[in-house]
Design a protein. Sequence first.
Length: 497
Amino acid sequence: MSNLSELLPAGAGAKSADFVASGTLGSGQTVALQSDGTVVAATGTTVSDAFTSEVAVNGSYSVQGGYVVAHDPDNNKTLLAYGDMENSQYGYARIATIAADGTTTLGTKVAFKSAAVGTISAAYVGNGSFVIVWTDDIGTYMRSRALTVSGTAITYGTEVVLNSNATYISAVSLVYNPTVQACAVIASKYGYVFMFRFTVSGNTITNDAAAGNNINDILGNAGNNSSEMALTINSTTGELFAVWKKNSAGVPGYGGAMQMSAGGGSDSFTGGTAVRFDGSSGVSSFSGLAYDSTNDRYVVVYQNDTNDYMTANVASVASGATTWGTATVFKAEASSATGNGATSFNPNTNKIVTLYRKDGSPLNVKYVTGSVSGLSVTWSAETYLSPAALSAYNFTVYNSSIQRTLVSYVRSSVAYIRNFLVGGTQPNYTDFIGITDQAIADTATGAVIVQGGVNSKVTGLTIGTDYYVQANGTLSTTTSTVPAGRALSTTSILLEG
């Protein structure tokens, strides 16, 4: 007996079913079941960029001071928080339920601050809770409030002042770190870049007042008078990554990785050394910072200070050390990066999405998508997204519930949100049903070996090894969410599912 397959009784490999093929399928091809009952190669499906219609976030009333979007992937709820000009720029929030076709149900807006607000940040913190962080309109205090959601109804907890220094402070970026179950904020205080930490339980916030660390002490290369910065998180490890511009000669941009402790306190944040990323062009303002979870890379998008061209760079981190690629212009035209939350990653098609605006007529919102390879990005051609009107507060966030990127912007002072189906190859391997037992022509019917059966039309396997279906449809010993089965010989596999 040389193969495990010889242990099987006669007929054990006969578990198969006939399916109609969508597209030509080769013998030994992993296939996915489609909603119409046909099967298609589990190599992904190609889609084109598509947007749903605009939905006004605050009706016809203006949004000013700040505007932010955050998403709850557990319950498919989206938080919209903004300065509401129907109510004297008071801070308001509402919950949106957004379907893949763009159908949007907006809950009642509820004030989180009965006073004019400035910069606003928000994050989902798990268990159906969000947190909002904002500054006073004059930028003196940094405040926070947690909320729970039932349907589209909001229940706020008590407001907590995170920092009360009588000086300008601007909350710029907020992330929730599930690894240590705490929130991190990067902000400008006394003109320096600082990190802050707090925890959330339900709609109750506990401020870690001892954790206000100057980022220069954590990563170095941060001078004073810095007002541009951004923060993101490695969704796998909980590593934080920050970028900022240093207001010294040439306004250089720096970035680096840091760790966030579970215990908090004065040692909440530790890191290596920040590294310059802009070459020599300087940084004017950020369009955003995103973590590409597929390629384990950080992508920063910004308006450079030399000629206001849109520019990007990519960083990798190994053992805490940051390595940047080459800063590359992707739009050689004076532009404005109107919002440091305008860049995000779409894992469904492995694309970076970013929004920006041209300086000068027309003032429409524009977008590009990019694919990361190594330490560089290949960008698509730009496309106008909105009608001609002055735009601001651009924002993007991935909605995993509907596998769409939510894009939002304010044009002519009115805020809008819409779904973006990001073009590219969408994986379909999670719908794996089996492996073809023969070549099947498009629209023809043929046999597919399914769970419990043995397929003998594969090659290159290692006997006794478990195999998994990968996003590109191949079989590999690399663990994925889709188990295929166990190799019985070098050319046969028992499909276990």
